[in-house]
Design a protein around this ligand. Sequence first.
Ligand code: CAA
Length: 258
Amino acid sequence: MGEYQTILTEVHERVGLIRLNRPRAFNALNAQLMQELTDALSAFDADPAIGAIVITGNEKVFAAGADIKEMAAATAADMLTSGYIDLFDRIRTVSKPIIAAVSGWALGGGFELAMTCDMIVASETAQFGQPEINLGIIPGAGGTQRLTRTVGKYLAMEIVLNDRRLKAEEALRFGLVNRVVPVERYLDEALALAQQLAARAPLALRIAKEAVNRALETSLTEGLAYERRVFYLLFATDDQKEGMAAFLEKRQPQWQGK
Ligand code: CAA
């Protein structure tokens, strides 16, 4: 995985870490970065030695959004055919849990990238916003949809229509982040959370992620039916037998991912 130019990848035990790395452009998400990010995510997703993934920026900025220099002269047809936004959709297909470790600015596509992840650990300096309105556009990578589903219509309106920024503590209050920690600790905290996830039963973890995501897509009746089917399905796995045997024998389970 050493071939990337806009991201850095590291492996910490069973966790794959991806650092967005265009510091001079405030980690603006240009097409190359989005391509490399999704390639790295797919590689970690396919690697059985990896159980969970963390995406981070640096202490000052997670990502300042899509690359405005790259987009400024684009036509609608350019945007449609570039496949740029489609890359955000590819992140949704990753089966392992992804944690965004956010410090500093997460703006525009940067905020949308964080919201595409499964959990968000924020530093006290994190700031979230959708400033696209200042550029004469709107969020294009889920900002009007994921944000509204999380914080509700009225606050989402203010954020999207009027560039209202949220500081870390506000984001925590509105359910947008899982926890807020001092800036020196946000990455360690995210990695520790990812290690916990990576130690869990892999198939149950994957199905649990799918099931929670399904809740955002379906009616309650359909969602409950889906949950029941995948709940039954897990009784076909060795890990279910092992997990319950370990409980009854008062020992730690040894997960096989089978
Ligand atoms: N695209 C390209 N370059 C960017 C950028 C972006 N989104 N954000 C920052 N940069 C660059 C600046 O152009 C500047 O580069 P130069 O030194 O070469 O001029 C450098 O990063 C530092 O930026 P500033 O001088 O502006 O630094 P600051 O500390 O004064 O402000 C900031 C930092 C608040 C993040 C500010 O840069 C900013 O507001 N950035 C734009 C945020 C934005 O509008 N994001 C939405 C993009 S559109 C989008 O994301 C669409 C979508 O839904 C997918």
